[in-house]
Every structure is written in C-alpha cells, then in structure tokens.
Design a binder for this molecule. Structure first.
Ligand code: FES
Ligand code: MG
Length: 570
C-alpha cells in the first residue's frame, strides 16, 4: 500500500483526538490492533422493513462482512435512509437526492477507506451511487437481486401484470377475488421486482458501468449465489482500497456509453436516463439527453423480458445472466473499460455462455428491432422527452390526435372515467404538473390508465404525454419526462384540450399544430402556479431540483467535494 489509509486520519492519531476516535468504538468489542492500519470498509445499508425489496439486507450485509474480514479489512455497517417504491408518498423519487446527500456525507464524515453499497429497490441504486461518486473513495455495489417469478393460477406473473390486472378489473374482466389471489402470488420471495423494471435496469446499469462484480444483475435474491457474490464483493473491496481503485477510475465516458447500450439491449427502464444523467453529473462526465438516442438507436432489443417481452429476471439468470448478454453485444461495447475487479469488462464476459436463446436472443435474430429508448424533440418539449418504443404499440408510432388535457393528477382522477369526456382511441391524453417541481418529485403516473369506457371497448393503448415518469415495469405508447415541465411556463404548460398533436417516432418528433405566435400569446396569459410547499426538505427540493433532461439532481449537488476533512471534532 503506497498511500496512507484515510481511516488513519482518525484511528492513527495520538493524544485526545485518537483517544476519542477509538475509545467509543471499543464499546463494540473491537481489539486494539483493528485500529492499526486495517482498511476500514463501510457497508452502506438500505435495509428497511418499509422497503420490502431490501428487507433481506441485514443478511446480505453479513455475507459482505464475512468477505471483508477474510481479506483483512475492518467492516463497519451503517444505515442510510431507505426508499421503497411501493409505500412512499408522494413518490420515492422525491427523496432520491436526499438519500444521495445522506450517503455522501456519511461516507465523507467517517473514517472509511472503502465502501460497499447495498442497493435494491429502484431509487436506492442511483441515490447511493450518486452520493459515493461525490466522495470518490473505492466503492463496490452489491444489488439485492430480483424476486423469484410470481405465480398466479399456474401462470408466471410479475410487476408488469399490476397494470394489466388493474385495468382488467376496471374493464370488468377480472374480479376483486381474483385480484386478491394474484396479489398473494406476485411477491413470492425476497428481492426486488422480477421484471426488467427500474430496479433490474439499475442493477444492469451498475454492472455495465463496471461498479459490480460480473453477474451481479440477475442472480435472484433467494439464490444462495447472491450471498456468495456479496461475500466476494466484501473480499474485493479490501483489495480495491489497496489498489486505490476509485469510481472516477471506472466511470469514464466510455463506461457510460456501455451502460446506455446495455440499457437498450435489455429493454431497460426510461428512468435509467434520469439516473444515469445524475450519476454522470456527480462524477463530472458530460452527458446530455440528446446523446442517448444515437447511442441506443443501433442496438436491437436482445433480452426478451417483461415489460418489453415475455420472461423474468430469474430466466435471465438461468440463461447466463448479464455477462451472456454483454458477450452477444461485444461488437458494440467499449471493451477496455476497467471494472471493480481490476479486469476489463470484456475480460469479465469473454467466457460467458448463453443457455437459452429465447431469453437472450442473438444480434442476427434479435427479439425486437425496436430500441428501448428514443429521445423526442419538438415544440411540446423544447428540452426533449423520452419514449420506450420497445414497450409501445407500433400502430401508434406515427399518430396525430386531439389532445385531452388534464391540468394535474386530481383533475385526471376526477374526469378520466366521466362518460361524457370527449375522448376516443385516437385522442392523446396529456397530463400536466407531474414533473419534478410540479408534483413534486416526478411520480410514476405517466402511464395513466385509459378511460374505462375505452377499456370496455377493448382499447389497449393510447398515446399519452406527461412531464412525469413511468414505472420501469410499465408499457404503452407513453411519452415521458417532457422538459421543461408544466410549472416552467414552456409550451407544454399551455396545451389545451382540442389541440392537434403529432407523435412521429421515426422522425423523433412531438409537436402541437400551433404557430409560435399562438403559443407565445398563450404563454403571455399563463400564470405560474405557486410552489406547493416552501418549508423543509420538500421546499428545498422544489427550489433546487433541475429539470428531467438534466437528471433531476439538485443544482448544488453537481460534482463532488472529495474525501478530505481536515478538521477534528473536539
Ligand atoms: Fe422495489 Fe419494484 S417495488 S423494485
Ligand atoms: Mg418504480
């Protein structure tokens, strides 16, 4: 080890300061020699019973701890705020930046030489990686793993069925008793959503960025190999400290390009765009929304996984996991990107094998030639919007229709099922004020449910446009992340019912048939809504969050502050 350990700035001190730093730690039964130059490794734990996807993390942390001890490190587990998608109101996304601050400050303020991030449910992964990047000490990610595939009446089910089943209930095609039965079969084991939703997309993102050991993304939470990976990650982080291998060494522009290509090939979540952009902002890599489209466009969809396809994360694991998919994608990837194990990404996947070509299809016979992500431009979205073509309906790829505009979520809920609502399957549903500042927190309501009178007619999809997000498990011809959002007074703010909108996916355009003069005249009359909240964290959020196309991070959190803290506490 050529560099003095960071933790020695605490534990290596003599006199009063060293006494204070060590003495209280000793109440945990730690022998004196532990403080004499062992790498101190933080296990950053998002365990919480309120985050069911991460509820097994105390056990996972034990496996990490074992690995750290085996490699001669000094493990210290610490909690940070946890974010569960299913319980947190108004949306877990509101707190992603808060958790990133918690993580950043916890790492920097404490005597840590390296850190293992335990990530699971959607927001915990980007939040922890963002925070760790802003400190930039050696970091490895361990994902919690997906649940086993759900079962209902002999069929495989996953989170994507939540949208199908609840629409079926509204259309009278499913009873409440049947829905209850499905509810009991959906979440059969520990772990996060079993489809290629945001949590799985994030697990693939960190693996393709090089922040995890190979194979991390797909091992089910319930599989004993998940614990093995955690233990091996614990061993590895100790060596990473000795090698001083930091996120900034791994997260190059080329690594970000790899992550974008992989997200396209797996049919990953649209939320990926926002989170990857925010991570890039923290580590200082320039990455603009418009770059995602040309990098994604040539990549066919290889993974036949819900919501774009049929299978589940468990199937991906049995088919060879992400390394098998990376190997298929070899010609597209930046092969020399270094990863946490010190090897290049290509060295990590070169011996991988695909065991099921229905799940991981080949480049010459891809599952779908539609890409997983397109970035739209036009006079509705001056700073862009996104759509997931692989989960949309081809008959709507080029579509012109009359807008049915809802000013906010309450307006939508009050009127969507009104029998007199002037709407048919050619209409375009527009939902405003579900953006970062407007909701606040940019919730996953963009895949708004269709009017019940159309569901009863058998309509399965319509063009929908909003400044919000959609669950990574969602599907449909859904335009998301319209920027600037409605509260900003851009063109989107002044759309009205009856306006003629055209989506043209091939041209990557989204326009309303109004002249600049008409739009400007409407904007002059537009009144900016008051901030919903000024006090506390939510007030801080509304006043500082950036727009979706910039990653919805706080303006003051961009970049990092390093790991140095020169002043002592007493
Ligand atoms: Fe946690 Fe889906 S609810 S990953
Ligand atoms: Mg989600």
């Amino acid at each position: 080890m050529d560099k003095k350990l960071r933790s020695q700035q605490w534990f290596g001190k003599k006199g009063k300061d060293g006494f204070i730093y060590r003495a209280w730690m000793k109440n945990q039964g730690i022998p004196a020699d532990e403080f004499e130059g062992k790498p101190v490794i933080g296990i950053c734990n998002t365990w919480s019973e309120l985050t069911p996807c991460n509820a097994h993390f105390r056990e996972l942390a034990e496996s990490v701890r074992r690995g750290i001890l085996e490699a001669g490190g000094f493990p210290v587990e610490f909690p940070v705020m946890s974010l569960g998608e299913t319980l947190i109101k108004p949306t877990a996304m509101l707190y992603r930046n808060l958790v990133s601050m918690d993580v950043e400050e916890s790492i920097r303020a404490n005597p840590l030489d390296g850190v293992v991030l335990l990530c699971g449910c959607d927001k915990t992964t980007p939040a922890l990686v963002m925070g760790a990047c802003s400190v930039d000490i050696p970091t490895i990610v361990v994902s919690g793993g997906p649940m086993l595939t759900g079962k209902y009446q002999g069929k495989d089910i996953g989170t994507t069925d939540v949208w199908r089943f609840t629409n079926d209930l509204r259309a009278g095609l499913m009873s409440q008793d049947e829905l209850n039965e499905a509810e009991a079969g959906l979440c059969r084991s520990r772990g996060h959503c079993a489809v290629m939703g945001t949590a799985s997309s994030m697990a693939c993102m960190v693996e393709s960025l090089g922040l995890t050991l190979p194979g991390n993304a797909a091992i089910p939470a319930a599989d004993s190999n998940r614990k093995v990976l955690a233990q091996l990650s614990g061993r590895r982080i100790v060596d990473m400290v000795k090698e001083d291998l930091k996120p900034s060494d791994i997260l190059t522009k080329k690594a970000f390009e790899n992550a974008i290509k992989v997200n396209a090939a797996i049919g990953g979540s649209t939320n990926f765009v926002i989170h990857l952009t925010a991570i890039a902002g923290r580590i200082g890599i320039p990455l603009e929304l418009k770059e995602f489209d040309p990098i994604s466009a040539p990549i066919p969809l290889l993974a036949n996984l819900q919501p774009s396809g049929k299978f589940f994360m468990e199937d991906l694991y049995y088919a060879g996991g992400l390394p098998a998919l990376l190997k298929e994608l070899d010609t597209f990837l930046n092969k020399d990107c270094i990863t946490v194990n010190g090897k290049t990404i290509r060295e990590n996947y070169k011996n991988a094998r695909c065991f099921n070509q229905d799940v991981i299809t080949s480049l010459d016979k891809p599952f779908n030639t539609e890409t997983a992500l397109a970035v739209l431009q036009g006079n509705i979205c001056e700073n862009g919007a996104v759509i997931k073509p692989s989960a949309a309906s081809p008959h709507l790829f080029k579509h012109t229709g009359k807008a049915v505009v809802f000013e906010n979520i309450e307006d939508f809920k009050a009127r969507i099922d009104d029998p007199d609502l002037p709407v048919d399957e050619t209409s375009i549903l527009v939902l405003k004020n579900v953006g970062p500042k407007g909701y606040p927190g940019m919730p996953e309501v963009g895949n708004m449910s269709l009017p019940v009178k159309l569901l009863e007619k058998g309509v399965k999809d319509m063009v929908r446009i909003s400044d919000g997000r959609m669950s990574g498990t969602g599907f449909g011809t859904v335009v998301l992340h319209v920027s600037p959002e409605a509260t900003h007074g851009g063109n989107f703010s002044v759309l009205e019912t009856g306006d003629i909108i055209t989506l043209d996916l091939e041209a990557r355009s989204l326009n309303v048939d109004l002249s600049d003069a008409e739009l400007n005249a409407r904007k002059e009359k537009w009144i900016k809504p008051e901030n919903l909240v000024e006090r506390g964290y939510t007030g801080l959020y509304i006043n500082n969050v950036e727009q979706a196309h910039l990653g919805a991070d706080f303006n003051f959190l961009k970049g990092g502050s390093g790991s140095d803290v020169t002043r002592d506490s007493h």
